[in-house]
Design a protein around this ligand. Structure first.
Ligand SMILES: [Zn+2]
Length: 106
């Protein structure tokens, strides 16, 4: 389990799972997540699949709950202690877990 931030469990609908799989598939195709591509049934049984993390932007303070599964792959790949993403609101690479945000904003 991650050390630098907290995560929570989500109850996802089938549609949400399908959307998430589509997102994962496109991340693999773009080379953002290491392949080979898992099937849908493999994907929904991976660790962290139903784990969510609260993310917040250091620039514009936009907040969103995001699925952690893809971030977990990214963190493994980058050997990073926490996910860093592009903010969906302002487009800056300042989107971090809320706990990291709170530490940096003190
Ligand atoms: Zn932002």
């Amino acid at each position: 389990m991650p050390k630098f931030f907290t995560t929570s469990k989500a109850n996802m609908s089938f549609i949400q799972k399908q959307n998430l799989y589509a997102e994962y598939k496109s991340a693999v195709e773009q080379g953002l997540v290491p392949g080979p591509l898992s099937s849908f049934s493999e994907f929904i049984s991976i660790p962290n699949f139903d784990v969510m993390v609260d993310m917040k932007c250091l620039s514009c303070h936009f907040a969103l709950k995001v699925n952690f599964a893809i971030y977990a792959e990214y963190m493994k790949l980058e050997n990073s202690p926490f996910p860093l993403d592009t903010c969906p609101q302002c487009g800056k690479l300042h989107f971090v877990p809320l706990d990291v945000y709170n530490k940096l904003m003190i």
